[in-house]
Design a protein around this ligand. Structure first.
Ligand code: PLP
Length: 411
């Protein structure tokens, strides 16, 4: 069978392999100690509580067995999200639970919003570096991702203006809080400047915010959604993946009514509806636990992981040239090894020769050849007892890689 003949243009030309998944596969096969996985620490999944919530949802009289006729998601969960986010001061006045649409994780939100807004030949702005699984979604629609360099206090607004002088863009995709991969957060002042730029050049802002509740120090700052006020140009993506469990596959999109209406149509055409069992169990869980306490416990644990890994890296890997930044929350440390010319090559070398997995930073840049000396290290799953061993292996892998590079040079 000549499959390429049968596939459409998108299948043939626009579906990308996930480089993150490829590295994780090799790391697992080699049983490498992982400083690479951007996942929650499994011991923090509130399994017992979830089990009870699922049991209650299962034995209730709620209509969990039929097709759900609440295409945007069950009203109680949408209302709960509205009240929770409002009490944290994150919403604009115009948001009600009618503007909240439940998704199969924020990844589905990105996909559905792309389906709403993008046509082949369009352009979008993305932070550089940023979450590559979002680039893949945008590019699937035949769209160009234009890079706005990300600085420690948020996107480089001068670079953004320079791009906008030449290009019309549909939206700016941003991860403003403890960003993946850098851990950087956009200052509130920058958010206001970017909102002004968005107004001037008339584009939307997609605010992807899954790490906000994992704050280690200080405040994570406000949302674009709140700062924009009446200007309905911000679409917000939230997720339960990092604060409950990603296996629940549950997130939400907050958008103005015309967008929510399109999402509802896309829901019907895509999957008809989401399981009510799942949504009712999540509703039972979030309304039954002491959420601030739960979030504080997560943040305390992740802060401990961050501190232990940084300490160990300073001792064992920084002497080999690793430079790292300290994030105020989230899952990631961002860094550089200035003498490395191809971090992807080093990543595979480190897995095979040092039994340690890292994420090469270059895969987080929308353009090839950028960030070749950058590295993402995840502390989320690295318990303090593993941090020392992980950092030692990384230091050792760097030392060996440098020797190999020097030998190559002198050949
Ligand atoms: C920035 C960002 N957005 C979206 C996602 C996907 O999250 P979800 O599990 O809610 O689909 C991730 C997952 O790592 C992420 O880092």
């Amino acid at each position: 069978m000549d499959w390429p003949e049968r596939f459409n243009d998108c299948s043939n030309n626009r579906l990308e392999d996930s480089e993150i998944a490829a590295i994780m596969r090799v790391a697992a096969a080699e049983e490498a100690l992982s400083l690479a996985a951007g996942e929650p620490f499994a011991a923090l999944y509130p399994v017992e509580h979830l089990r009870e919530s699922f049991m209650r949802a299962l034995s209730s009289d709620l209509p969990i067995w039929g097709y759900s006729n609440t295409r945007a998601g069950i009203p109680s969960l949408r209302k709960w999200i509205e009240e929770w986010m409002r009490s944290d001061g994150l919403l604009a006045e115009w948001v009600t639970s009618d503007n909240i649409f439940i998704t199969n994780g924020s990844q589905e939100g990105l996909s559905l919003l792309s389906e709403c807004f993008l046509d082949p030949g369009d352009a979008v702005l993305v932070e550089s570096p940023s979450y590559p699984e979002a680039f893949g979604v945008f590019r699937k629609f035949g769209v160009e991702c234009l890079s706005v360099p990300l600085l420690p206090d948020g996107p480089d607004v001068d670079a953004m203006e320079a791009i906008l002088a030449k290009h019309k863009v549909k939206f700016f995709y941003t991860i403003p809080t403890f960003q993946n991969p850098t851990g950087f957060s956009t200052s509130d002042e920058k958010k206001r400047r970017i909102l002004d730029i968005a107004k001037k050049h008339d584009f939307l802002i997609l605010e992807d915010d899954p790490y906000r509740n994992l704050t280690f120090e200080g405040s994570p700052g406000g949302t674009y959604l709140h700062a924009a006020g009446d200007d309905e140009r911000v679409i917000y993506l939230g997720s339960f993946s990092k604060i409950i469990a990603p296996g629940l596959r549950c997130g939400w999109v907050i958008s103005p009514a015309p967008v929510t209406e399109k999402l509802i149509k896309l829901r019907v055409m895509g999957t008809l509806c989401l399981p009510e069992l799942l949504q009712n169990a999540i509703m039972d869980f979030v309304s039954g636990i002491d959420l601030p306490k739960h979030l504080e416990a997560l943040s305390d644990t992740y802060r401990g992981h961050r501190d232990a890994l940084i300490l160990a890296l300073r001792e064992h890997a920084c002497p080999e040239g690793l430079e790292i930044t300290t994030p105020g929350g989230g899952f990631f440390l961002w860094g550089r090894v200035p003498w490395i010319r191809d971090m992807s090559e080093f990543a595979y070398f480190a897995i095979r020769n040092g039994k340690v997995a890292i994420m090469p930073g270059d895969i987080f840049f929308p353009e090839n050849g950028q960030g070749i000396d950058t590295i993402r290290l995840s502390f989320s799953k690295v318990i303090p007892a593993m941090a020392e061993e992980g950092a030692k292996r990384l230091g050792e892998a760097l030392r060996k890689f440098r020797i190999v590079q020097e030998e190559k040079k002198s050949e």
